[in-house]
Design a binder for this molecule. Structure first.
Ligand code: NAP
Length: 264
């Protein structure tokens, strides 16, 4: 797809499940050397083993992105095991729901500490290696929730995801002199194993609210991450791309009801 990616070293945080696992596998499939990171080593190692099983190159590392010392260790291991850090996919994130009134300070700090501070810490840890090479690609996983939409129970989550985009814009200016770009992907509703066990009714309602009438796949997100990480995207920085099947577009329910129904 993008010939510039083969042989590049990539750290993917939150790689043990969901979108991060999809990103790690896609980068592995195009010939990148992958460091799969999550807090649980066995689960990250299972993803690395998958990538190796498919003929790729991958290692695993356990790190909590909310801890500076873990992020420093993650970067050091990537340099040692993969020979450098060309690409960081700062994807780790959590989304526990709590409505205002019930949300505690600890709830707020946990979500901010993982999603927003974790992005800052992951990026900061990888910068020395990227600056030394005068080249780097950073792809942050934000969301439509926060920057564009809201959902009851997720005010802290939405703030963290909007905060990531603010971080990206200034970081892009600071990092441009070093040949480092930083961009974000904003997934809509993506089908991950987190939705397993959720009733078909819930999924059907989500699908009905999306003009493309389906949830996104992890590959839909991974393909955008691949593009931002490629040499071909060298002149794009500080930007965010929404990948949501058109979910944020309808201005009312009527807009969805007016859509043509085309037989499959
Ligand atoms: P997921 O399936 O729950 O996976 C989250 C990943 O992050 C896991 O690998 C988890 O592994 C890791 N993780 C969580 N806390 C961590 C920490 N403190 N340090 C390191 N790793 C940590 O979630 P997902 O749905 O794939 O979401 C991934 C990203 O996409 C998040 O940033 C989320 O906000 C964003 N997003 C998702 C959707 C969606 O529809 N799924 C939509 C918009 C945005 P461990 O538990 O082993 O640490």
């Amino acid at each position: 797809m993008f010939t510039s990616l083969a042989g590049r070293s990539v750290i993917v945080t939150g790689a043990s499940k969901g979108i991060g696992r999809g990103i790690a596998r896609r980068f592995g499939a195009v010939g990148c050397k992958v460091l799969a990171v999550s807090r649980h080593l066995a689960e990250a190692e299972a993803v690395a083993a998958d990538i190796r099983g498919a003929g790729g190159t991958a290692e695993a590392f356990a790190a909590d992105v909310s801890r500076p010392e873990d992020c420093e260790a993650m970067a050091a291991v990537a340099e040692q095991a993969l020979g450098g850090i060309d690409i960081l996919c700062a994807n780790a994130g959590i989304f526990p729901a709590a409505k205002l009134g019930a949300m505690t300070e600890a709830d707020f700090d946990l979500v901010m500490g993982t999603n927003l501070k974790g992005t800052f810490l992951s990026v900061s840890a990888c910068l020395p290696a990227m600056k030394a090479k005068r080249r780097g690609r950073i792809v942050v996983t934000s969301s439509i929730t926060g920057p564009i939409t809201g959902y009851p129970g997720w005010s802290h989550y939405g703030a963290s995801k909007a905060g990531q985009l603010g971080f990206v814009r200034t970081a892009a200016i600071e990092l441009a002199p070093y040949g480092i770009t930083i961009n974000a992907v904003q997934p809509g509703n993506i089908k991950t194993e987190g939705l397993d066990g959720i009733g078909g009714d819930y999924i059907a309602k989500m699908e009905a609210s999306i003009p493309m009438k389906r949830l996104g796949t992890v590959d839909d997100i991974a393909n955008a991450a691949l593009f931002f990480a490629s040499d071909e995207a060298a002149y794009i920085t500080g930007q965010a791309i929404v990948i949501d099947g058109g979910q944020v577009l309808p201005e009312s329910l009527m807009a969805l009801e007016e859509m043509d129904v085309v037989p499959a």
